[in-house]
Structures are given as structure tokens and as C-alpha cells.
Design a protein around this ligand. Sequence first.
Ligand code: 2HA
Ligand code: ZN
Length: 274
Amino acid sequence: MSMLDAEVVQEYIRMCDDGWLQGWHERNAGNLTYRLTEAEVEECEIYFDYTDDWVEMDISVENLAEEFFITTGAGKYFRNIALDAEDCLGVVEINEDGDAYRVVWGFSGGAVPTSEFPSHMLNHSIKKEATDGLNRIIYHAHPEAIVSLTSILPLTAKAFSSALWRTITECPIVFPAGVGVVEWMMPGAGEIAVKTSELMETFDAVVWAAHGMFVSGATFDLAFGLMHTIEKSARIYLNTISAGKRSLRTITDTQLRDIAETFDLVDFNYSLLD
Ligand code: 2HA
Ligand code: ZN
């Protein structure tokens, strides 16, 4: 037995591989973090080594104190995760003050957590609070259609949410709150991390202009499914405008209101309609 036999690790690896197969992870693009349940920590603890030094984070996420996360490594390629998970992935523990982490498993070649780790931790902190602990995943990828739309549409939640909702009937059901958008900013820690986590109070998905997308979810299926649904809608929208027929027909605001009522979408964000 090894850590890699744990069901949660297998599910994590499968999601990484699925993202790679979608073409969302060129080179070292993207990153994924998962907050382990207490039962999963108990199951995996025998493989943890607590001798690494604590690394300060520059941020404080008190509600994540003493939590454990599986994370992709900085500079690691999603393409390689299924082949050598122990080199590409790590498990980190957050300290009791919520301002430092240490690696307790993985990164066998000496990697460190993803460059977007502070962004992930701020987003986990907000989402844990907002969902009563339900959301465990933050996923960042570079899907191409949604990135194309950041060159075309106004960089607002309203423009993106309504374009995506009006394109596929399933969209208002899958992301009733809509999607947030961040204008171009430097990736990594700092402003983009703070801005994204602010938007995560309202949205489960945030688009980064000329870069990619961040999503949050309770399970691997939900987080992956959200990224997949948004990207598919963006692709169809793009195909349609490429054919020069966009203005002919889309789901109307009245029809979106009907969907929200029919499916009893309590979180539907009516303020994003006209
Ligand atoms: O992890 O995608 O935004 C590489 C990136 C940085
Ligand atoms: Zn990125």
C-alpha cells in the first residue's frame, strides 16, 4: 500500500489527467488543490512525514488552520501527473495560525507547491466559509475558448454570464450565480489573488483575462464539470459568432427567468439580466 492507493488521490489524479486530455494544461499550465476530509487525513496520515520546515505564506487564512491539501507542484506538467504523481504532487499542512505551510508528502524531486498557492488558499478560505465547509476544490486551467472571449466581450460578470447562459440551456442551472471576471493582472500572489477571492464570495467561477479560469466545487466531478460546461458554452458562442450569425437567435432573458423558476434556482443572479 502507498498514498497513491488512496481513493482520493486516485480521483485527484484522474481529474488532472482529464484536464490534460481536454487541452487545458499546455506545458506547466494550471493547478489544482483539494482540502482533505478528516477521514481522508486519518487514512493517509501513516504516509506523512512532519520533518519539513514551515514556509511562510504572506497571507493569513485562519479558518484553514491545521487543514491538509493535496496540491500540484510549481513548474510541474499536468501531462506527467498520472505517470509520476509522487514527483508532481504534494500534500501540505497549514499551521495553527493559518499563515504557513509544510510539505508532509510528495514532491519527491524537491518541488514546491504551485505558484498560485496563495490564490488557492485565499479562495479556499472564502469558499469554506461561504459553503459551510462543503467546497473542497480550487481548480485553475487555461481553456482556450473562454480566454478568446476575454478579447471580445466587456470584462464584466454581466457580459460573460449572460453570453454563456444564453448559449446553452444547462448553463444557468450549472452556474446560477454567473461567473466573475478579472481584468488582466499579474498572476501569482498579490492583487489577482485578492480580487479573485473577493469574486468567489459570489461566484463559483472566475475568468482571468488573457489567462484562464478559476473554479471551486464540492467534489472533483462538480469542479471539473463546471470548468467543462463553461468552456463548452464559450466554444459554442465563439463558433456562432465566427459564423456571423450570433444575432439570429439565443435564449432570451424571459426564457432564462423561466429556467430559473422551473428549476427553482434559488441562487439565480437576476441582477445579471437586462
Ligand atoms: O501553474 O497556470 O497561472 C501555472 C499557471 C500559473
Ligand atoms: Zn495559469
